[in-house]
Structure formats: structure tokens, C-alpha cells
Design a protein around this ligand. Sequence first.
Ligand SMILES: [Zn+2]
Length: 238
Amino acid sequence: MTPTATIEPALLALLHVKLRLFYECSEQAARAPKQVEFAKQREDQYRHKLETTTQQLQELRRKAKDKQNELGTREAQVKKMQVQRDGAANNKEYAMLGDNIQATIAANEVLGVELFELLEQIDAMVQQEKSAADVLGKSVAETKSTMEQTSSAVKKLEQELARLEGELDELFRKVPPELRTELQRKRPALREKTVTPVDDGACSSCWQMITPQMRSALLMKHPILCPACGALLFMPPA
Ligand SMILES: [Zn+2]
């Protein structure tokens, strides 16, 4: 870089805009697969919810079956005791069997209420299972469409990135070769700030204030690199 070399701020402003576009696209391309990841995570949550609901339903059905069996057994006991009571040998035995029958019937009523409650819980759980399956179905479809959209979006972004890289190449070719090499070397770290305007008297990449000497050199269109971050500075066109 010779001290007399000049560089048009308009070229640098254009480079800055194209660099910004390039890295915006590149970030979008990086974010796109995350949308698919989020959709898959949601899908997994809904699948887990459905599995849990199905397990709870199975557990309730098992409990209801046990209770039904118990009720059946105890109703059979009542019938057996009634037969025994009809053949009771004496009043004492008759009265005792009668008490047992009463107690068993009372217990069976409690069992019946419990069974009824269980059956109601099962009905509600069947609805929950159905809606959990619906939600999962929708989520599976959403993941699929997100994957399709993402893949086409990424393809478009990759085309856009290739196009912008071509434009950047053209623009960088207008920069003196020595400076161009240095900027290309810094670009992976500085990204869109590789070429950056002076903003409010400071480098808009690292916010180091520029000196009056730098300012006059910039006004004479001399290439000035920020001494702090290495960005190529320019005065934004008025
Ligand atoms: Zn800087």
C-alpha cells in the first residue's frame, strides 16, 4: 500500500453492504436446520405425552378390572351367605350371617362407587389420549413441512450466498492487492465488519475512536485500517 493510494468510499460502502447481506444470508442458512430441530423436539414431547397418557389409561383399566373382579367375588359371597342363612341351624347363626351379608353389601356399594369413578376417569382419559394423538399427528405433519421448507430455503440461501460471493469478489478486485489479501485474511473473524464505516467518530466494528490524523487521511480517501480491530474504515457518503 503506497501512501498516495486512494480508495473510493463509495466502493467501500458497497463492499460493506454486500458483506452485511452475505453474513445475514449465511446466518439464516445456519439457523434454518434449527427450525427442524425445534419441530422434532416438539414432536418428541407430544409423542412422550401420548405414551404417558396411554400408560395411565392402561393402569386405570387394570384397576377397574381388578375392582370389577373383586365386586364379582364379593357379590358371589353374598349369594353364598344368603343360601347359608336360608339353611341356618339356629337364630344365632341366622343373625350372624345376616350381619355379614349386610356388611358385605355395604362394602360392595363402596366398591361400586369406586368402580364408577374409575370408569369416569377412563372415559376422560380416552378423550385425552385421542387429543394427544391428534396433537402428535399435527406435529409430525408440521415437522415434515418444516423439513421441506427448510431444505428449499437453504437451497435458495446457498444460491444467494454464491451470487453475493461473486459480487464481493468483483468488488474486492478493485481494492489494491496487498490490502485485499489482508482483508481476506481478516474476513473470517471480522465478517461484515471487515469493511466498516466510521460512525460518530469511532470504528463501527470495535468502537475505538479515530484520531484527527486518521480522519483527515480518510477524507483524502486513503485506506485506513482500524488500529484496534483491523477493519478497513471509510467515511460514510454524506
Ligand atoms: Zn475497530
